[in-house]
Design a protein around this ligand. Structure first.
Ligand SMILES: Cc1ncc(C[n+]2csc(CCOP(=O)(O)OP(=O)(O)O)c2C)c(N)n1
Ligand SMILES: [Mg+2]
Length: 395
């Protein structure tokens, strides 16, 4: 493992800048320690609306960079394996993959605690994993098995992990944003010094309910951070076809915003730290993460009819979030090519083992269809069309 190569003595600060050619930027340091402070420039500056942007110099450590590499590689592999399981009909129904966007989920976790809440749309597998969910829970849920995070009854769009502040997994575009502002209201009311991140896409950004929720959040200074994951497409519609102004970070008007390179995990980490401090003191802020999804919108979309293959491969070559961290690890001499390849092999093994275990998990019992539908004690009675005859009482 790469970490075993690190000495524990060095505490120096190393400066670098990825915009310059790599060979001229980094000082190779074979005796680098796992907790050495590294100062790294973000890929591009932040663009701010109604606020002063944070510094483009981000501090990190070799340990953190190795963790970023491992977690993002795990997420990438997890999604690619889900694609295969879907094609072999072990996963049914809806399934939206997140590969390409990993830096958003991982960078966000680097600047939050589990007291902070996250709520997102249906592209939720990696956000769940970032919050501490396990691969077994992921694959069991995807295949409709009882060991899934929603007991196999939610599927791809309804991942959930309340014990670490993850409130789903929502299929109705945009609906999670007012719910997220409600979570932020609870946090402010309880004075627990935490914030809520409500994630939504560029397509969802055009919805009315977003602005209604943001108005109330701003009026009441709620610690709500609206994170627009701008992957530039809403299903097969390019952002420019759907939005008069695709500057989503400015859409809050009186609410400040920041545009962030969502393919740069360190930029995401920095922006999220900044937004959290802002939200706790002043109320809501919008973060627009400029990102990209490699897969189509969902499994029924090959993803190549409304964009060119060159566009996809161009992003992979120029902006891939895992490759960016890999370059940092290599150029800082934190890990070798071989060690990173070994990590990728370990990740494949972890994923394969989880899939094998998930396949052994049973499907829910038919009677489970009627549980977890309503909060205990609030069951409902179903009437006929005439509203007189009670036809069924649900638990
Ligand atoms: C209220 C509502 N309208 C339409 C849909 C169908 N729909 C599902 S995803 C989607 C596109 C959303 O795109 P975006 O917000 O950019 O998110 P992304 O899929 O790119 O992550 C649409 C229109 C829906 N689920 N809910
Ligand atoms: Mg989108």
């Amino acid at each position: 493992m790469a970490l075993s190569r690190l000495s524990s003595s060095s505490t120096s600060t190393i400066k670098s800048n990825l915009i310059k050619p790599i060979s001229t930027i980094f000082t190779l340091n074979r005796s680098i320690s796992s907790d050495t402070t590294l100062s790294i420039e973000t890929s591009i500056p932040f663009t701010a609306h109604n606020c002063t942007p944070p510094s483009t110099t981000v501090t990190t450590t070799p340990n953190e960079l190795l963790n970023f590499f491992h977690t993002m590689s795990l997420m990438r592999r997890m999604e690619i394996a889900a694609d295969s399981l879907y094609k072999s009909k072990l996963i049914r129904g809806f399934c939206h993959l997140y590969d390409g966007q990993e830096a958003v989920a991982v960078g966000m976790e680097a600047s939050t605690t589990k007291k902070d809440c996250i709520i997102t749309a249906y592209r939720d597998h990696c956000t769940f994993l970032g919050r501490g969910g396990t691969l077994l829970e992921v694959y069991s849920e995807l295949m409709g098995r009882v060991d899934g995070c929603s007991k196999g009854k939610g599927g791809s769009m309804h991942f959930y992990k309340k014990d670490s502040g993850f409130f789903g997994g929502h299929g109705i575009v945009g609906a999670q944003v007012p719910l997220g502002c409600g979570l932020a209201f609870g946090q402010k009311y309880l004075k627990n010094e935490s914030v809520t991140f409500a994630l939504y896409g560029d397509g969802a950004a055009n919805q009315g309910q977003l602005f209604e929720a943001l108005n109330i959040a701003a009026l009441w200074d709620l610690p709500a951070i609206l994170v627009c994951e701008n992957n530039h497409y809403g299903m097969g519609t390019a952002e420019w076809r759907a939005a008069k102004s695709p500057a989503y970070y400015k859409r809050g008007d009186y609410v400040p915003g920041l545009k962030v390179d969502g393919m740069d995990v360190l930029a995401v980490k920095q922006a999220v730290k900044f937004a959290k401090e802002h939200a706790l003191q002043n109320g809501p802020i919008i973060l627009e993460m400029d990102t990209y999804r490699y897969h189509g919108h969902s499994m029924s979309d090959p993803g190549s009819t409304y964009r060119t293959r060159d566009e996809i491969s161009g992003v992979r070559q120029e902006r891939d979030p895992i490759e960016r961290v890999k370059k940092l690890l290599l150029s800082h001499d934190i890990a070798t090519e071989k060690e990173l390849k070994d990590t990728e092999k370990e990740v494949r093994k972890e994923v394969d083992e989880a899939i094998a275990k998930a396949k052994e998990s049973p499907v829910p019992k038919p009677s489970d269809l009627f549980t977890n539908v309503y909060v205990k004690g609030y069951g409902v009675e179903a009437f006929g069309a005439d509203r007189k005859e009670v036809r069924a009482t649900l638990p």
